[in-house]
Design a protein around this ligand. Sequence first.
Ligand SMILES: Cc1cc2nc3c(=O)[nH]c(=O)nc-3n(C[C@H](O)[C@H](O)[C@H](O)COP(=O)(O)O)c2cc1C
Length: 430
Amino acid sequence: MLCSALWTVGAASGDGRIAGRVPVPECAVHGTRRHHGWVQTRNRTLQNITPVESGEFAPIPLGRGIDVWPPVVLAPMAGVTDVPFRRLCRQFGAGLYVNQMITARAWLENDPKTLKLAEFGADESPRSIQLYGTVPEEVGECVRRLVEQDEVDHIDMNFGCPAPKVTRHGGGAALPIRKNLLRRIVRAAVTNAGDVPVTIKFRKGVSDDWLTFLDTGRIAEEEGCAAIALHARTSEQLYSGQADWAAIAELKSHVTSIPVLGNGDIWEASDAISMMRATGCDGVVIGRGCLGRPWLFGDFAAAFDNRPFADLPTLGDTAAMMQEHARLVVEWYGSEGALRTFRKHALWYLMGYAIGGETRNRIARIETLDELRMLLESCDPDQEFPVQVLRQPRSHTGGPKPVVVPEGWFDDLESDQPPGRGADAFVSGG
Ligand SMILES: Cc1cc2nc3c(=O)[nH]c(=O)nc-3n(C[C@H](O)[C@H](O)[C@H](O)COP(=O)(O)O)c2cc1C
């Protein structure tokens, strides 16, 4: 029941590096030797794959002293990867934890919601944010000020948003079709970022007929990006079907001078290792697999350092995690009203546990910390983790769906001019 499975990051080495983790003898949250009640025995190991050998994989060097180890990145996810969730994930493992996406224009216009999104926890290091913009000058100005004001340590740019609201104006995943515009935006970001590393994340293309990922990767490499990440689906696919890991391998052999990260369908630590072995990629980005499962970052850390994993959480362990998460939400947003944002997390945490429809419905409408505690106390704490949901997708699963782009978007492929203003609508996704 000790917290020795927790790892401190960043501050431990004092220089912003996230390699070189040290085990902490006491709970990072409560300063006690007990940690919220979830059990930390270690008797799970990787199933069906060869353990990682020492030296088989390396930290991802992003620059500015940021070496990501294990080579695992928490994907930016709108409405999900906020300070409380990132903090909880970091308590279990190490790696890189990206904030939610902000749009350059909204940040420049001091949109209050965007400014709140762009905040980090006091102890968070490195501070990694995702940025979206379609106008090179705006992106450049936003990056310049973010860096000048020392707001961030890493900037990831989103070129994979499939939302029709932006693609129909030429933004999101439709933008890489115009390579010269893409290049201008990436250049504006990199040249204004100084030594702050800029990475980009994108999809395979709009559809199988319009694959752009190899060109996008090459442009990122030529313009000085620190790394790239491919969500190996087309925009048309949305989240349907399986991620095409072969495309990650293709990108890796095409882009040779900067790290290439693979993204799509990592549900367990073994998938991360399998993806890296199968594709040769330098690291992985994990999205939906960690929803309701921040402990997965402990599995990643254990797998890459060839240590046994902690037990899968019982319902009592999960209940303790949920209460801690909810407490962090209230603390960060300053009121129990913010628990509305926690409701979806609560349902992800409880996927597969037998708690009864009535309790699940009440948790889906949770209003207060006390209410959450009482509902969870009514559940059997000894109930085993429902292994049947380990590989079950959560959150987005939709698609395929035809992608709408502006009329004439494919006619003027050489244009480097920004699309219409609607392309910068306040949406996100990738
Ligand atoms: C709720 C949700 C919100 C997302 N928001 C973003 C986003 O803001 N930026 C982005 O690049 N990708 C976003 N994505 C996509 C993920 O980062 C990731 O690329 C995708 O889920 C595929 O990885 P996975 O199979 O591990 O989930 C989002 C995904 C989900 C499920």
